[in-house]
Design a protein around this ligand. Structure first.
Ligand SMILES: Nc1ncnc2c1ncn2[C@@H]1O[C@H](COP(=O)(O)OP(=O)(O)O)[C@@H](O)[C@H]1O
Ligand SMILES: [Mg+2]
Length: 502
């Protein structure tokens, strides 16, 4: 007789259904797991045996075989303990067989039978809902999984609780979704004094999700500006929140099952490894660029990042997804992020400061910024120099717009874009517009076109540069709610682009 239970194997953010079959047959006593288990899955045997022992259930002196099907799909991680235990309990007639077949379970067991939380409960619940099964998981993962809504989630503290639930001794109540996390930020754009141009560029970048680079002397407020970006970005839509949370769930980052509507803001250090930034490692986990999906990836001190990491970013920036290689397959993670980068203009950082400029200028700056390759630079729509703040400005009370006011303008511009790109799967914001669509939506008026032609000729704008100017100009027009892209919009967009023409 074969008992069945179900669980999932993760491939990126996708959870693939795995059937756990358990056969108990006469023969020499043995307990084996087959079906491409990795080391952690094979060790499930010992944990399951000990957990059953703790409940005073002894394994029969028979041959117990567990098969994980499909047999050719690699099974990784410690979340197979619970489904193996369920299949075994069903085979031993301790819990009803149909109960085991009607649930997808995941969870790690400790030796005393306590269920230890695992990553990926949210995608597992999605997969359970698709196959019309309920999800059984450790107590700590329940509130995260319950977000899926169209399936029942039962979360238990121990294996003994699971048995009592299924034998009807003390049924467990279904889990409820966790709290919506409210951002606890007191960072406001109003804290930044002066820097009007940088603030304007930040607003445009936020409105059209354009990539953005700030160069300027140390202490001029670059990191301060970037850290206030989340306060002006619109909240995630329900669809976006789910996409982002799936990635955070696989990475084990959903604190207490709470899901946030705030856009992620990831800030990896420049010494971070390739695997940490792009994704990879032993279990092909998502990297910072995927954790920043639908949000902001802030690379402070951009030229200090390793050249290999910077070059690897080029393709994901363009395609919005990244392929992470592992031993025998590739997994793909989404990574549609807004790149915000900051850099000192040179190694000593004082190139723009006449009082302190070093003797190696300007070579020192060329060497330093030269670490960022042309093709990467070309993908950055908005580039600005952030000058040191004037002491007189610092003394004045802040009178700029608050984050709330800027956020309202950004949201209005984003609404126009949502209407414009309705029905398009690959485009949500102006920064995504490509080819024919871009020409259609951002055709300038006659004066604008003439102006752009003159600039393109005089400064030798590349074709990509030309399109990027059009995209930024479209966003600037959206901020004014102008349906036509006009000459002033083009002129402002060009002013943010000229750094490369120089
Ligand atoms: N425009 C500004 N208004 C108010 N404070 C500022 C401004 N620019 C810089 N500061 C102060 O200087 C500190 C350093 O700024 P920071 O953003 O870290 O500079 P950078 O990243 O350019 O080196 C900030 O924490 C803030 O206290
Ligand atoms: Mg800084």
């Amino acid at each position: 007789m074969v008992a069945r239970a179900y669980t999932v194997a993760f491939e990126g953010v996708e959870a693939l259904t795995v059937e756990v079959q358990c056969a108990v047959s006469p023969g020499l006593p043995a307990f084996s797991i087959v079906g491409l288990p990795d080391k952690a899955v094979s060790e499930a045997r010992e944990r399951v045996r000990a957990a059953l022992n703790a409940m005073a259930i002894a394994l029969p002196s028979k041959r117990i075989t567990i098969n994980l099907s499909p047999a050719d799909l690699p099974k990784e991680g410690s979340h197979f303990d619970l489904p193996v235990a369920i299949a075994l309990l069903a085979a031993l007639n301790i819990i009803p067989e149909d109960a085991a077949e009607n649930c997808v379970s995941l969870g790690e067991l400790s030796l005393d039978g306590t269920l230890v939380p695992v990553t990926g409960a949210l995608p597992a619940a999605m997969s359970a809902a698709e196959s019309n099964r309920i999800l059984l998981c450790p107590a700590a993962s329940g509130s995260e999984a319950a977000w899926v809504g169209n399936t029942q989630v039962i979360a238990a503290l121990t294996l003994a609780d699971v048995v009592r639930h299924y034998t009807g001794q003390s049924p467990l109540a279904p889990s409820k979704p966790g709290e919506v996390v409210r951002p606890q930020t007191d960072k406001n754009m109003r804290d930044i004094k002066g820097q009007e141009r940088a603030k304007r560029a930040l607003e445009i970048a936020a409105a059209g999700r354009h990539h953005f680079l700030m160069t300027g002397s140390p202490g001029s407020g670059k990191s301060m500006l970037a850290s206030r970006l989340p306060s002006v970005l619109p909240p995630l839509s329900a669809q976006e929140a789910l996409e982002t949370s799936m990635i955070h769930s696989v990475a084990g980052l959903l604190d207490q099952g709470g899901i946030s509507r705030e856009r992620p803001f990831r800030e990896p250090h420049h010494t971070a490894s390739m695997a940490a930034i792009v994704g990879g490692g032993r279990r092909a986990s998502p990297g910072e660029i995927s954790l920043a999906h639908n949000g902001v990836l802030f690379l402070d001190e951009l030229p200090e990042f390793s050249r290999a990491v910077l070059e690897t970013l080029r393709q994901p920036i363009e395609s919005g997804e990244v392929m992470v290689a592992r031993a025998n397959a590739h997994v793909t993670y989404p990574c549609r992020f807004m790149l915000v980068a900051a850099a000192n203009p040179c190694r000593c950082g004082e190139m723009f400061n006449p009082a302190k400029a070093c003797s190696r200028a300007p070579v020192c700056g060329e060497d330093y910024m030269g670490r960022i390759s042309g093709p990467l630079m070309d993908r950055i729509d908005l580039r600005i120099e952030v000058p040191p703040v004037d002491f007189r400005d610092l003394d004045l009370p802040s009178d700029g717009d608050s984050s709330l006011a800027i956020a309202a303008r950004v949201a209005a511009a984003r609404d126009l874009q949502s209407a414009r790109f309705e029905g398009q799967t690959s485009m949500r914001v102006n920064a995504d517009a490509a080819g024919g669509i871009l020409e259609e939506i951002a055709t300038p008026d006659t004066e604008g076109r003439e102006f752009l032609q003159t600039v393109a000729e005089r400064f030798g704008l590349s074709a990509r540069g030309y399109h990027r100017v059009l995209r930024v100009a479209r966003t600037i027009a959206d901020l004014e709610a102008s349906s036509q892209v006009r000459r002033p919009h083009i002129a402002e967009a060009v002013s943010f682009r000229l750094a490369d023409a120089k």
